[in-house]
Design a protein around this ligand. Sequence first.
Ligand code: 5AD
Ligand code: SF4
Length: 429
Amino acid sequence: MNVRDSEIILGMLKEKGYAPVSKPDQAELVLFNTCSVRQHAEERVWGQAGMIKKRGARPVIGIVGCMAQNYQEQIFRRLPQVDFVCGPANIYDIPLLIEKALKEHSQLLAVNMEKRPLLCDNGYRISNLKAFVSIMYGCNNFCSYCIVPYVRGREVSRPLRHILAEVQDLAARGFKEITLLGQNVNSYGKDLPGPLNFVRLLENLDRIKGIERIRFVTSHPKDATPELFKAMRNLASVCEHLHLPLQAGSDKILHMMNRNYTLKDYLKLVDVLRRQVPDSAISTDIIVGFPGETEKDFKKTEQAMKDIQFDEAFVFKYSPRFKTKAAEFKDDVSNKKKLQRNHRLLELQGAISLKKNKHIIGSTEEVLAEGKGSYFQGAKKKQAVLGRSRSNKVTLFPGKMDLISKLVRVRIKRTTAHTLIGEVDDKKN
Ligand code: 5AD
Ligand code: SF4
């Protein structure tokens, strides 16, 4: 979501005549588009923004995004060189904020969450092949550890006609893949009048000619339905990959996290998905070291990962976020333990990913070739075309770079935990 916001900001700046420079000290304008999900991300911004030196009135410095919403005018106290602070709902004000900052040299605050514009597209994209498309903003779930509902507000769905117009424009410009973005895409449309829901949205988008692949993040287990899985199976352009954060394998911890499902509910969902869409890949997010997580609780997460066999898992150390419910609980798992548990799960997942990828050897995958990459054959580094399979696995294969932007059938010859390596399947192209 932040990458998409940064892209929109870049588009606006380009329209104003700005161009990127390679070093911060050459810049006339420095913006930090920030994340507040974990403390570590914030610390990096405090550190890096603190190092930007003013030469008179330049550069203009702006703190944008979730940290702006979270800390508001406190930022001016900690970083007096900052000219403006702009929350995620106010990014369309950035050109005006820059103009004002240049004229007034006063510290400007734009953190009005009510202002969220729904027609949020200036057409600018970094790629000309794959595009992120926001379908909704905010979140109503209030998972006890999560700051998102406080900095991005309540759920608001974009009107269907706006999304369709944006994707039709992308298709006309030659884009092949879109990724629909929302904190909880499965609740798309619940705040709009009429029977519109996420599956109806997918059906509408699937009919747009030229868009070969539709992905979506993130799905909350409490709202993912068999109807969605059927759509994944039946709609040709919807990819067979679901990102479904589990967060923890212990029901006690899931309850304290306010996730509204049990491990049993989650396992049932995975089972239904795998029956409906046999080749589907599942990725997940896990938090280790949540308050009260004992070794026994942690082992339940470990066991759940062994049982489920995810294709990919993002593992995070719990980070208390002020304003959230969990910040009231004692952060009683030491950092050392969090780190150890993090490593244990990453190691486990590495082995599972490798084993799962090995099953793919010999099969042919449809890959959207998107750029250059390389891999090692023995000690020799080989140039390769890089792309992703429908199940979202990075795939490398030798071939001419004019394959880029094409869908190529690749026979998989070998794999690592994170990449598939193959060759163009001449029989199937
Ligand atoms: N500490 C650690 N991880 C967190 N996440 C969200 N909030 C926190 C937190 N306070 C993780 C969740 C979420 C992912 C985007 O970030 O796993 O799914
Ligand atoms: Fe945060 Fe939970 Fe909403 Fe995801 S669903 S953004 S983890 S509150």
